[in-house]
Design a protein around this ligand. Structure first.
Ligand code: ADP
Ligand code: MG
Ligand code: MG
Ligand code: MG
Length: 409
């Protein structure tokens, strides 16, 4: 499909469904001429519109995602740059090259409307919901470890020319979305902030978070890495709500938080969200045996993801590493992977904590209708998250994260 001009829509404004249909008609060689298109806005986020456009006669469909210039959650009072739509479309296209088949195909990006036209993945389900439903994804560890190894290695100083990398860093300067992370994940949960959303039943645990200065030191060190360590081009928001899945297929969406940061932030986001589901299963799986089995599956997935990621990343390094010193210095690869594991564990802890006491929670836990069980899951998640943060710099293996999780629930 070639880029096409849309004359009637030459200035930015939030589209309505009829305008989205007109734009879809203008995309060359997609819908048959004269097709009777239907459109529905299906976005569930706070920052963007997502239009689903279908032609029932031909069975063809596509998705259009448009960035809004403000965060919907607080009306128009929280402005947000539209440049993130450019970042998202560029990152999606790069991911499509580095990790083929693991992201939606981008058909077109319109910089005026901040609009990405992409492959419709409605035959997949958002993985967070799939896991809540108790679905297992046997190929997920393989797929997501490939996605992370390829996207992180080839955008790091190990896998790409270091001068070229510096020039790429500036294409992904994403200050406003980084600030959301810096505040909501690394700051608010540990202080009194209007941004927090603390379940009243666990106010005592939230207060303990605010008073734990040893914990604050670890969070400050992790935050510093997020602020300063341009290690690789991250997805930046790699939770299970950013993953479409079926038992046979995995597609990563929504990279609008992409920037050059510490690799462990992506890996840790994934671990955190699998652990949050582990905690939420306290309710979702009522049968003891089934719950034990599903939790075993989640922990095995975490172990598999790390083991396969570590193996694939080292293989890329050994075969395609471009840095003489990094390639030939004995002990450096082991040091690098150990530090990456430790970062992943620390960032996983931060991501868990913010989903319990911070602004945006997760359905795995918040949608539990039973107050007592929900509180149990929240307290267990906080216990796991804080222990991961405390232990991050001394962690030696992924087994420690698994032991910490199993001990809590
Ligand atoms: P946001 O940044 O606002 O969270 P997402 O990219 O996560 O936006 O998309 C929000 C929702 O829109 C998704 O949870 C999904 O339901 C739907 N969606 C997004 N992209 C696609 C796609 N390519 N195919 C089908 N549905 C999609
Ligand atoms: Mg969303
Ligand atoms: Mg999203
Ligand atoms: Mg998003």
């Amino acid at each position: 499909i070639e880029k096409s001009e849309v004359d009637e829509l030459t200035t930015y404004h939030a589209l309505n469904e009829q305008e989205a249909i007109e734009i879809a008609r203008g995309i060359e060689d997609f819908f048959p001429a004269g097709a009777h298109l239907a459109c529905r806005e299906i976005g569930d986020g706070n920052l963007n519109l997502v239009f689903h456009i279908t032609d029932s006669a031909s069975g063809k469909s596509l998705i259009m995602k448009q960035a809004l210039p403000y965060a919907k959650v607080v009306g128009e009072s929280w402005p947000l740059t539209l440049d993130r739509a450019r970042i998202e479309s560029e990152k999606l296209m790069l991911e499509g090259q580095l990790a083929p088949g693991l992201v939606p195909v981008v058909y077109k990006y319109d910089p005026v409307l901040s609009l990405t036209v992409m492959e419709d993945l409605s035959d997949h389900i958002i993985m967070r919901q799939g896991l809540i439903n108790g679905t297992k994804y046997p190929l997920f560890a393989d797929h997501i470890s490939t996605f992370m190894a390829n996207t992180l290695f080839y955008t790091s100083d190990l896998g790409m020319n270091q001068q070229d990398k510096k020039l790429r860093v500036k294409d992904f300067i994403n200050p406003e979305l980084c600030k959301i992370t810096e505040d909501l994940i690394f700051d608010d949960p540990y202080t009194v902030s209007a941004n927090n959303n603390i379940p009243p039943a666990i106010e005592d645990a939230a207060e303990a978070l605010r008073n734990d200065s040893a914990l604050h030191l670890e969070v400050a060190i992790l935050r510093d890495k997020f602020l300063t360590n341009a290690q690789a081009l991250l997805h930046g928001d790699l939770h299970t709500g950013s993953i479409f899945a079926t038992p046979a297929s995995t597609k990563v969406i929504d990279p609008e938080f992409a920037y050059f940061g510490p690799m462990g932030f992506d890996v840790g986001a994934l671990f955190a969200n699998l652990i949050l589901n582990y905690a939420g299963q306290q309710f979702w799986m009522s049968d003891d045996e089934a719950r034990k089995d599903f939790r075993g599956y989640l922990l095995e997935s975490i172990e598999d993801i790390w083991t396969q990621f570590d193996r694939k990343f080292r293989a890329l390094w050994n075969e395609n590493g471009i840095d003489r010193l990094a390639n030939s210095t004995p002990g450096y690869q082991d040091y690098y992977m150990q530090r990456l594991l430790q970062d992943s564990i620390g960032f996983a802890g931060c991501k868990i904590v913010r989903r319990i006491v911070g602004l945006a929670h997760v359905a795995d836990i918040d949608k539990i209708p039973n107050d007592e069980i929900r509180e149990q899951a929240q307290r267990a998640a906080l216990a796991i998250g804080t222990e991961l943060i405390r232990r991050n710099r001394s962690a030696q293996s992924i087994q420690e994260l698994i032991d910490i999780t199993e001990t809590a629930l």
